[in-house]
Design a protein around this ligand. Structure first.
Ligand code: UD1
Length: 368
């Protein structure tokens, strides 16, 4: 008997990547198990996404929780290994670049279980980012590397990966975006927050390089104080950011930014609705750079680099770092002139889950 395909989710940015793959495999009658490591566990960082994305409850929940990188990764490995012994999966599918991604792929690779990495090949070339370490290691040990864009293929080939392991399947986040955009547009988040569609900015902030460094955090707040005078800003506060603001004594300043609306972390539909009608998005997230490109909304990325360069070369993204004056001048330029007009990259078309399923199924068939 052939064992199930195990689909791994752990943290917030994983859910919208696995949901369309799970739905497509279910449609094809594939034996699969949805496993949640519990890296993110708050209702608004996890459960609401399952509901919004129409994903069933996980079949297996590891309940790992927070911890240092070593603790979190090691705990996932110990628990995931037990699952692999029990269920003897025919394949493990991991997505993105979080600690759960590398932990589960490492376990599977050592047990000789075929492993697929969705969103392979992305590189920021910045090894100070924990995600970059996770991306490089995951790609090194996975059997199938499913890339979203040509730069992913090139990076892998430059690292000496065998071309037959690389499959360009497109961007899986865009499947979720296309499936849910209409429902998102119909939700009432704008009236709940008292903002007018098309007349506000959305901000997200959680990278350690921005919020674990007091000077960087303050430089960003100073920029927001200027931008907020011209445009209402909605900031759903990530738990890490809330914690760091308290630690650095910056909570009062954050709350006093002119025209800022601080909210709890937003659900998927609410957040897509906010993005889709924003004048601009300011962010240090990876996924938002892609979603804004797909939606044609100007994006200012508060990082020194991006592992998603196609959002800059083809899309609406501008990478500015975290210097106060650059953030202000870029935001003001967008408010004045409307920002970059981008185009949607090839294969960001809503059919990525189908292409991924084709690759997974044919790999399993060929290895039996
Ligand atoms: C993780 C990912 C990051 C991703 C981000 C999206 C890694 C290395 N980082 O970062 O790539 O962009 O998720 O959100 O995997 N916390 C809660 N409730 C939760 C989860 C976390 O309060 O449900 C708090 C905890 O205090 C925890 C802190 O947030 O210590 C950070 O969580 P963690 O999972 O370590 O990293 P993120 O910053 O969320």
């Amino acid at each position: 008997m052939i064992g199930p395909i195990i689909l791994v989710v752990g943290a917030r940015p994983n859910f919208m990547k696995i949901a369309p793959i799970h739905a497509e495999l279910a449609r094809r009658g594939v034996n699969q198990l949805l496993l949640h490591t519990g890296q993110h566990y708050d209702e608004n960082m996890s459960k609401v996404f399952f509901e919004d994305l129409g994903m069933p409850e996980p079949d297996i929940y590891l309940g790992i929780g927070s911890g240092s990188h070593a603790e979190q990764t090691a705990k996932v490995m110990v628990e995931f290994e037990k699952v692999c012994f029990e269920h003897e999966p025919s394949m493990v599918v991991v997505v993105g670049d979080v600690n759960s991604t590398i932990a589960c792929s490492m376990v599977a690779a050592k047990l000789w279980i075929p492993t697929a990495h969705v969103e392979a090949g992305l590189r920021s070339f910045d090894r100070k980012m924990p995600e970059e370490i996770n991306r490089i290691l995951t790609d090194t040990i996975c059997d199938l590397l499913l890339t979203p864009s040509p730069d992913g293929d090139e990076n892998l080939l430059n690292e000496g990966v065998a071309p037959e392991k690389i499959h360009r399947v497109g961007n899986i986040m865009i499947d979720s975006l296309m499936i849910n955009l209409e429902r998102a547009r119909n939700c009432d988040i704008h009236s709940r927050l008292g903002i007018e569609k098309g007349n506000y900015g959305v901000l997200t902030l959680h990278r350690p390089s921005n919020v674990d460094d007091k000077d960087a955090f303050e430089r960003i707040i100073t920029a927001l104080e200027a931008v907020g005078k011209k445009l209402s800003l909605v900031l759903p506060l990530h738990p890490r950011t809330r914690k760091q603001a308290e630690k650095f004594g910056l909570t009062v300043r954050l709350k006093s930014i002119p025209n800022i609306i601080l909210t709890e972390p937003a659900g998927y539909l609410d957040f897509v609705a906010l993005m889709a009608s924003a004048k601009l998005v300011l962010t240090d997230s990876g996924g938002l750079q892609e979603e804004t490109t797909a939606l044609g909304i100007p994006c200012i990325t508060l990082r020194e680099n991006t592992e998603r360069p196609i959002t800059v070369t083809e899309g609406t993204n501008i990478v500015v770092g975290n210097e106060t004056s650059t953030i202000i001048s870029t935001a003001f330029e967008i408010l004045e002139n409307g920002g970059k007009v981008g185009q949607i990259p090839d294969l960001w078309d809503g059919n990525t889950a189908a292409r991924i399923s084709d690759v997974l199924i044919s790999h399993i068939k060929n290895s039996n």
